[in-house]
Design a protein. Structure first.
Lengths: 626, 215
């Protein structure tokens, strides 16, 4: 602002400048001082101007006294405040002291409380764990009740199985528990669960058993099916239940069977089976058809009962149970069939029944194996076979018996040597039996038996009555009878062996007949002496013998039939006839050839051998076999 | 066990009859297995087949007895008519003789079954049109005159096979609905299976059981 160089030079100027530069209107202090001055300096007099200074000083003293006064008060107040603060500090200190001592006192308590609280927390957690453990490893009261039944004989509910599952899962969980090192607890719980399981299964067993015992419709409840699947782990209980079921079904089956036999359907439609008792085939067929249809249903129901049992192979138990169920019908069935078998006399019907029995035996054995039914069917079949064979034997006997005498035998052969009517009758019976349609395979042994039953006594009788006849008649008669039998039997199966035997017997008779016919020819042709000579190679055949023979031979060749035995024409079989004829003629041809060769032999010394013979052996053979 | 032990409400018994070789067993096989059985052997006596069908939302188990056509088994097969709810009478449209024997089959059926037995006439082998010997119209007339249901079918290609068995079942079911068949009778050819296990004697004294059984 001011140039120092100039101001230094002149302090007055400086001062002056300063005053000049002073701007009064802007100097606050001065203004205030002036305004203050104006309050008491009211009169501008000399006096006053002289006194101004002292006046101002007076005022200043007064003001300072005022200050002093005021500050004294302030100081007093401050002093009292200070005192109070001191007191406060003192009491704070004492409080502090108190606190410190009480803190020291409560420290243990707090520690104790904390530890108690920690313990309480821990116990709470423990409690939760224990609770969880219990709910996991123990049954609740409700579950317990479900398992054992609230009241005696309470029914099994589906919940029962849930609880039983739980018991089992607890038991299984115990293994984990054991692995985790809680052997004692695990073992205890396991034991407990085992007891529960046994108790529950025992109850389930009793319930199921009594349920099965009372089962009379076809229905098996789903609970029972479930129960069976639980019981399969206890084979003994399982078996008892199955036994009970089978026993119950057995009586149901018998009841329905008897109903079908005696009551029939509603309003008698279908009619009761026994309505057909007069028609044995129908009657017995109906009974077996009914059984055949009822037993598969039983099997199906049984399989349903054990539908959920998959742990063991039950096929044997099923078989036994089915056999057991079917047992009951044996008695009524057997009585009825046997009544028929005992009263029926007709061989054909008996044979048909036997066939029927065998047919059903096969079918039913396919479903039910073992047990009384199988045995019953075996017996019935045996019985039926015996029955028809007996009936057949009786029939054969009555036909073979001569009415006048009591001895066995046929009517004596007539002069025509045809088989007596009884042979035809018997063979017809045989034919009828063999024609009965068979429904079963493997009846060869039956047929063999039947054929023996008829043919053996027949052959015996034929032989017996033939034995009274002369040889030729006998042979022809036998051949005729055998022929009749052969032609009848040839129509049927399984006759090979019998036919062979009959053929052998025929052959024997044919041989007999051939030799008789040949002898007769030899005799008639006067060949006897010539033939004797022929046997002796040295001897010479007399010419006149030869001549007689040749004459007869020529006549014979003209009409060979003339020299046939009359009985040969009584042979029924043209084959037999021609066989006998041919073979006996062959004998003559052979002899003729021998004679011819002997005469033509130069060693025999015949002159002009040609003169003896009108025909060569070849020509003779041709004539005789033509 | 969500559906109870039975998955059906009724059992119907059927028999299949007709001359030898008309295809009875093949029809049954086609129906139960949905396949054609070539070289089917002659039936010995009686064979048996089942299938579950549905009629009016009811499950019905058909128990089908397939009889032998051969004369020698007639004595046996006659016993199976007893209590049949349905009879399928089959002839072969390519063999007139099998058609001509129908009246004797029908007589047998009428004599041996009850009046409510539903009889369905099937002209089998409809696939063999070229060797046909019996016309549809002729057989239809025979069926109408005798009050039989009728269809031509083919066990070979399956045509109408299903329909014949199902139509018969529908008719039987209708008879039940109209009260013409007595279900309680053991030999009506029909058995009723209630879905609830309420008929066995033990469950009856536990009324709450029925709700718990989910059937």
């Amino acid at each position: 602002m001011k140039e120092p160089a100039t101001s230094e030079n002149d302090p007055i100027q400086k001062r002056l400048n300063k005053i000049l530069e002073t701007r009064l209107d802007t100097d606050k202090d001065t203004l205030e001082a002036l305004s203050d001055l104006s309050t008491f300096f009211t009169e501008n007099t000399l006096q006053t101007r002289r006194n101004l200074r002292s006046q101002i000083e007076k005022r200043s003293v007064a003001i300072n006294e005022n200050f002093l006064e005021s500050f004294r008060e302030v100081k007093l107040s401050l002093d009292s405040i200070c005192n109070e603060i001191d007191a406060m500090a003192k009491s704070v200190n004492s409080m502090k002291e108190n606190l410190r001592s009480s803190q020291a006192l409560t420290h243990d308590l707090i520690q104790q409380t904390n530890s108690l609280q920690a313990e309480s927390n821990k116990l709470q957690i423990d409690q939760q764990i224990a609770g969880a453990f219990l709910s996991r490893f123990q049954l609740s009261v409700a579950e317990h009740q479900t398992l054992y039944g609230a009241v005696k004989d309470a029914p099994i509910t589906p919940d029962f199985f849930t609880v039983l599952d739980r018991v089992q899962s607890i038991h299984a969980d115990c293994r984990i528990l054991m692995q985790s090192g809680y052997q004692t607890a695990a073992l205890d719980i396991m034991e407990e669960m085992t007891l529960h399981q046994e108790g529950a299964l025992e109850r389930l067993y009793r319930w199921t058993q009594s349920h099965c015992r009372n089962i009379d419709s076809h229905d098996v409840g789903s609970l029972v099916v479930q129960a069976m699947s639980r019981l399969q782990d206890r084979p003994v209980l399982f078996k008892y239940v199955i036994d009970e079921y089978a026993t119950a079904r057995r009586s149901v089956l018998v009841r329905s069977f008897i109903d079908a036999l005696t009551v029939g359907g509603p309003g008698g439609n279908p009619k009761p089976i026994e309505m057909h008792a007069h028609d044995p085939k129908r009657y017995i067929g109906d009974m077996f058809a009914w059984l055949h249809q009822a037993i598969p249903t039983e099997k199906e129901n049984l399989l349903l009962l054990i539908k959920l049992c998959d742990k063991n192979d039950l096929s044997e138990q099923i078989q036994n149970a089915l056999a057991n169920i079917a047992d009951g019908v044996c008695h009524p069935l057997k009585i009825r069939v046997e009544t028929i078998l005992n009263s029926e006399k007709d061989t054909i019907i008996l044979f048909a029944i036997s066939n029927l029995l065998r047919f059903y035996q096969n079918i039913i054995n396919y479903v039910v194996k073992g047990g009384n039914l199988e045995q019953c069917l075996i017996e019935l079949r045996g019985h039926s076979e015996q029955s028809y064979l007996n009936a057949l034997s009786a029939q054969v006997r009555s036909i073979l018996q001569r009415p006048t005498t009591q001895s066995m035998g046929l009517d004596p052969p007539q002069r025509d040597l045809v088989p007596p009517p009884s042979v035809g009758k018997l063979l017809n019976i045989l034919k009828e039996i063999l024609s009965v349609a068979s429904m079963v395979e493997g009846r060869q042994s039956d047929i063999t038996k039947i054929v023996s039953c008829v043919i053996d006594p027949l052959l015996q009788s034929v032989t017996e009555s033939a034995s009274h006849l002369p040889t030729i008649d006998m042979a022809v008669y036998m051949l005729n009878c055998l022929y009749h039998m052969q032609t009848t039997l040839a129509m049927f199966e399984f006759m090979d062996e019998r036919m062979e035997r009959l053929q052998a017997q025929s052959d024997a008779q044919i041989d007999t007949l051939t030799s008789e016919q040949a002898s007769s020819l030899v005799a008639n042709l006067n060949l006897g002496p010539i033939y004797t000579i022929l046997q002796n190679s040295q001897a010479r055949i007399e010419a006149n013998l030869l001549k007689i023979f040749m004459n007869k031979m020529d006549a014979f060749l003209e009409m060979p039939d003339v020299l046939l035995l009359p009985q040969i024409n009584l042979l029924l079989s043209s084959t037999h006839r021609s066989t006998v004829q041919k073979r006996s003629f062959n004998v003559i041809i052979t002899i003729y050839k021998q004679i011819y060769e002997r005469i033509h032999d130069p060693e025999s010394g015949y002159e002009s051998p040609e003169s003896f013979f009108s025909k060569t052996p070849e020509q003779v053979a041709e004539l005789l076999s033509g | 066990m969500s559906s109870g032990p039975y998955n059906y409400n009724y059992i119907f018994k059927y028999i299949i009859i007709g001359d030898m070789g008309v295809g009875k067993s093949c029809l049954l096989h086609q129906f139960t297995e949905k396949k054609f059985m070539a070289n089917c052997p002659h039936t010995i006596g009686v064979e048996f087949g089942t299938r579950i069908i549905e009629v009016a939302d009811k499950k019905i188990k058909l128990q089908i007895w397939d009889t032998a056509g051969q004369e020698r088994f007639r004595a046996v097969t006659r016993s199976y008519y007893r209590g049949a709810a349905g009879a399928l009478m089959v002839y072969d449209i390519t063999r007139r003789s099998t058609y001509n024997h129908l009246s004797s089959w029908l007589t047998d059926t009428r004599n041996l079954t009850n009046p409510n037995t539903v009889i369905f006439l099937i002209g089998n082998k409809s696939d063999l049109e070229s060797t046909r010997e019996v016309t549809y119209e002729e057989a239809k007339q025979f069926a109408d005159e005798n009050g039989l249901m009728f269809a031509e079918a083919s066990a070979m290609n399956g045509q109408n096979v299903e329909e014949a068995f199902l139509e018969t079942a529908r008719k039987i079911y209708q008879n039940i609905q109209e009260g013409r068949l007595d279900l309680n009778a053991s030999e009506s050819g029909v058995q009723h299976r209630p879905s609830q296990p309420g008929r066995t004697s033990l469950t009856s004294d536990t009324p709450n059981n029925k709700d718990q059984c989910s059937c």
